[in-house]
Design a protein around this ligand. Sequence first.
Ligand code: SAT
Ligand code: MN
Length: 596
Amino acid sequence: MTPTNSVPAPGGQTAKTTLAALQQWVNDSASLCKADSVHWCDGSEEENQRLTEMMLETGDLSELNQNKYPNCYLHLSDPSDVARVEHLTFVCCENEDDAGPNNHWMAPTDAHQKIDALFDGAMQGRTMYIIPYCMGPIDSPYSRLGVEITDSPYVVINMRLMTRMGSQALARIEQEKTFVKGLHSTSDLDPNKRFIMHFPEELSIKSIGSGYGGNALLGKKCHALRIASWQARQEGWLAEHMLIVGLESPEGDTHYVACAFPSACGKTNLAMLIPPASQPGWKIWTLGDDIAWLHLDDEGVLRAINPEAGYFGVVPGTNAKTNKNAFDMITSDTIFTNVALTADNQPWWENKAEGEPVTDWQGREYDPANGKAAHPNSRFTVAARKNASYSSLADAPDGVPISAIVFGGRRKELAPLVYEAKSWRHGVLVGAGVASETTAAATGSVGVVRRDPMAMKPFCGYNFADYWNHWLSLDNGTNKLPKIFHVNWFRQDKEGNFLWPGFGENLRVLRWIIDRCDSNVAAVETPIGLLPNSKDIDITDLDLLDGAIDALTSIDVAQWQAEMASVAEYLESYGDRLPKALQEELETVVKALRAA
Ligand code: SAT
Ligand code: MN
């Protein structure tokens, strides 16, 4: 029986959904892209098996050593397609000012015309997969739905790990009748015909010419950050580039913290940190490693859910010391992208601390003259539930209450190990002023300092000035909002030695943050915020360089004057839309620095 209210599917197939708007969009996309056939994904294990076998046959995947790495596979991207492409990423809203200087903009009609011409016939000879997905726990009021149409089976098997995908999601879509539409084709992977376009007013995304991560797994950065941030502003919540972690003290109290760091700055490592021997009794619970959706509840408490269900993590550097949870988790049921291989077909990457590469990420015989064996932005995809520190509240429909928001970046100089903002309003300025050295997660040069407000530079789907205003508007006058902090794990001395060991030892800094939230410890007031007394950071058993802890817990006034001048210049580039309150906060800091 044909479902009521349905639109017939093309090619004499029966309709696959009771939601006419969805069936119509699938039909229209199939005719535009001239797909050979249409497959509606149910998310089952059997479907996953079939796709995996098919990809092994076509060479899209290869099998890794199944004794050592059961159910693990390797995918090698086209060498020109290994990272997000910010210069080809557009926000296409009616009014250019709504996209802001932080986004590339194109008028929606022009954008559709340009990209639809590229989609025309792009799926000839290919199957078009329909992926219904839910971002967030399937029964959470905070979750949002989407459907990605793609011609990439690699995208399907990744989306199955990264989201709640398949029949249950489709049932909720049919009930709610709203969802984000994402159309994706790898087409011919020509970088000159590659675009990632967002239409926030239409709740839709069109992405062509790339099969890689953030460009192709549309639930992630495109939906859960760019489109969701736009919706969140209209609806009074926040969609942020943040990990969510629970810190349980030896006494059994758990505080939840949300941290915003740019891509490839250690969010995954922090989210699944293992307490070092020097911190007995502490436990860490992972809720998310990349994205947080934050809502104020009826009591004025900020609650977080992780919209994702898996990790798409940077592989190089992962070992039993840096991130044992991840290292263990990725020995089974994992998709590796762009890593190297050992002689016995195990995946290999720089700083794996075992084995040797024989084949590099391009499938060539490994030769150091060609550069790294694994691509610096090579990734693992794995289900979050496999993590030994997976929080029992990661699926809670109401999420978890957030005690602290922590901003950070990679700064060789300037930024102390940790400081606390004086107020929510000052915290918004601290977030807006975040800067970081660029990494391999996006194409372009690596190691250049750039402003990356709230670690959202590549991901905020609207004008940053309006975004800061929105952040300021959450100040609800209660004292229940999280405290805001800034951390920097990456300080170096003049010789380039790191001043702080990082990784598991970062717990020592998080403990100070929690103590501040609980009013258990005093702090030193400085022009830029509240710094720890150096004695209040536990450094027992750490082999720090002479003077390191003092350098890490103090500020250089002259350097900070220059920094605030640069922040001012940056903020002023947002013109009239820049919130007055932010300017006032900035002036307060500048004055205090002058008086210092
Ligand atoms: O490529 S992704 O956007 O998925 C990863 C990242 O840059 O954080
Ligand atoms: Mn990220």
